[in-house]
Write a protein that binds this ligand. Sequence first.
Ligand code: OGA
Ligand code: MN
Length: 301
Amino acid sequence: MPIANSCSYLTSSGFGLELNDLDLADLNDQTRDILVKAFYQSGGVLLIRNQQHLTPKQLCDFAALFGVVEKNEKYNPDFLLPDYPEILRLGTLMEEGKRKALWIKSDEELLWHSDDTFRHPQPIGSCLYCLTAPKEGAATWYAGMNHAYDALSDDLKKRINPLTAVHSYDHLNELLRQTNPHRPPLSEELKANLPPITRPLVAEHPVTHNKSIYATNIHIERINEMDDKQARELLEELLSHATKPEFAFAHAWQPGDLVLWDNRCTMHAPSPFDDNKYERLMYRLTMNGEQIVGAVALNTA
Ligand code: OGA
Ligand code: MN
């Protein structure tokens, strides 16, 4: 493994890599190269701790190693770090009674997902950087869908390889409205701008060419080749397989922690905390880039 610094796996299957003794404020061509290689070798999640000294510019430079960093135009400008539209604040931050960070309250039930699979192109990944962490709760879960795919039986691999799923923002929104009735239905305009799209149930990564289970079940309206009951059973089976302890872990945040993930071969899920008692503040940077193999050809619903 071409990693100069010490590192450790985050799960027993080898999914997820923690890199130690690395200072992201002091990179050179060799360490930049190591970071990119490690990202692909990790199965799609890197953890780097003790980076509390980073400047916003250094964070942006780090994210740019992995893709084209987004300017977050679709978010309320109040949620962006002043002068750094690349940095979206997530959490409880308020100033003069106004929210200064995107606040998404999580439930006990883990909502496993890969970001925006209902959008094409899909963002290829994000990094989260912790500034303030609650003393309890608010861990983020990650699952390695390539390692989970590899461990499936040959029969199941054969069965799911030809399948295609319809991903829909409206489906997700209606699901969230069941537990959060104040959430409005999608406007007709948004529905028209984000029509459902068809994607393969098994995705090939454009860089590693490894295959992954690609099944954010909360975004999936249906599987084209199956009836609803069969589809929901299959999606449940795949999710419970992929989130077994050998493929999944929860990261309990400390200030200065940075986690980078790849939407093309991992899923993640937020977990709740007591926001009456604790504050949380994260910076989130999102990258665009090469899509899963076959995504464009399948992009018409
Ligand atoms: C995200 C996300 C989880 C968290 O930023 O896409 O799902 O724990 N975050 O903040
Ligand atoms: Mn997410």
